[in-house]
Write a protein that binds this ligand. Structure first.
Ligand code: TRH
Length: 356
């Protein structure tokens, strides 16, 4: 089948990251032809870099405007149209669909949420004035939701540890053998500096891998002096490919992640993590975070629940770091649980079945 995915980038990398990961799964695992129409092609290209041609050759990355030509070529009408994160289809593109001999299925791919209500709305049709119904697809953790994007499933970190990606070699050569490794990818507004200073008081050495853009959060690039104790080594890295970033997550003792895609990848890496959830004005993110923690910590001991909730709400490491070993075991078990719940192939496979 031919799939058209529409991606409007609100900010950051997540919108493109999710669309690309979905396209990649549909193409490489399910043999589908995919076009992504995106209003910020450089960002999409950045996310899609580093993947070999065998994965890429059935995916077209196109500017948003390229979809408008479709109106004049109804022959190229897609079988499935995805509006990622509720973006609206261009009128002229939609007009093309309306005159196409075979009407496609239109799907609105929603944001990921662990909230229980999504299962009641998942895969439901919403009648549209133009006559082609739109279906709502809710990614989620529950079996009766749209599921998670799994591909590529990270291997156990011990296997991967030997192969340091070229982009990370220089950083890896600086790691200290006895230091704990932490990767950071969070939003502005996090009490990052205080958090790092507090790490020192926990005793031990820490190598902190700062992903692209994170040094700005510490004020390093603006010339501000940052005085951190010697126990803390800061290691800024450039923007790496999705697969390299996955590798990084699997090699750290703790990851700070954000948004949607890195949040899922940290879970699949099977490592403890802090989810810096995307802040929403109406406070809806608090409800989303609580819903996730309910699921994530359902089988955890009371001590671990207290520790992880403290960590996820940016309590200082001193308060919860002593639970890291228990958290490690829990993270492995959670990864296993997710893979078991998604033995059906997860989001891309569920979309394929839904469309069929
Ligand atoms: O970048 P994000 O914060 O993205 C978003 C957006 O803010 C978006 O508007 C909002 O809708 C969404 O979050 C919830 O975080 P996310 O989702 O983790 O996306 C980051 C992507 O970038 C992910 O695919 C991993 C990738 N990545 C790399 O490929 N290389 C890197 O070096 C890093 C740091 C990330």
């Amino acid at each position: 089948m031919r799939w058209d995915i529409f991606c409007q980038i609100v900010d950051n990398y997540g919108d493109a990251g999710v669309c690309w990961r979905l396209a990649r799964s549909l193409s490489s695992l399910h043999g589908q032809d995919v076009r992504i129409f995106c209003d910020d092609l450089p960002t999409l290209n950045l996310l899609a870099s580093g993947v070999d041609q065998s994965v890429k050759h059935r995916i077209d990355l196109l500017p948003w405007e390229a979809s408008l030509n479709n109106a004049r070529h109804p022959v190229q009408a897609p079988d499935v149209v995805i509006e990622a994160f509720a973006c609206t289809l261009p009128d002229r593109y939609l007009a093309g669909l309306l005159i196409a001999p075979k009407k496609p299925i239109i799907i609105n791919l929603e944001y990921l949420s662990a909230e229980p209500w999504i299962t009641e709305f998942h895969a439901k049709a919403s009648p549209q004035a133009h006559g082609i119904p739109k279906y709502f697809f809710f990614p989620g953790f529950q079996e009766n939701s749209g599921g998670l994007l799994l591909d590529p499933i990270p291997e156990e970190s011990t296997v991967l540890a030997k192969q340091v990606p070229a982009a990370l070699e220089a950083t890896w050569s600086k790691l200290r053998t006895n230091a704990k490794r932490i990767s950071i990818f969070c939003y502005p507004g996090a009490p990052l500096r205080k958090w790092l200073e507090d790490l020192d008081s926990t005793g031990g050495d820490y190598d902190i891998v700062l992903t692209h853009g994170q040094t700005e959060l510490l004020g390093i690039n603006t010339g501000q002096q940052i005085q951190l104790p010697e126990t803390i080594q800061l290691l800024p890295i450039p923007f790496v490919t999705q697969d390299e970033y996955d590798w990084l997550l699997s090699q750290c003792d703790f990851n700070i992640v954000r948004g949607e895609d890195s949040f899922v990848r940290a879970q699949l890496a099977g490592k403890p993590f802090l989810w810096h959830i995307y802040p929403q004005d109406d406070g809806a993110h608090q409800v989303k975070l609580a819903a996730f923690l309910d699921l994530y910590l359902e089988s955890a001991s009371q001590d671990l629940k207290t520790a992880s909730i403290a960590a996820m709400t940016w309590a200082m490491p001193q308060e919860w770091l002593k639970s890291l070993d228990a958290w490690k075991l829990h993270s492995k078990a959670w990864r296993g649980h997710l893979l078991e719940k998604h033995a059906d192939g997860g989001l891309a496979a569920r979309l394929m079945r839904f469309v069929a």
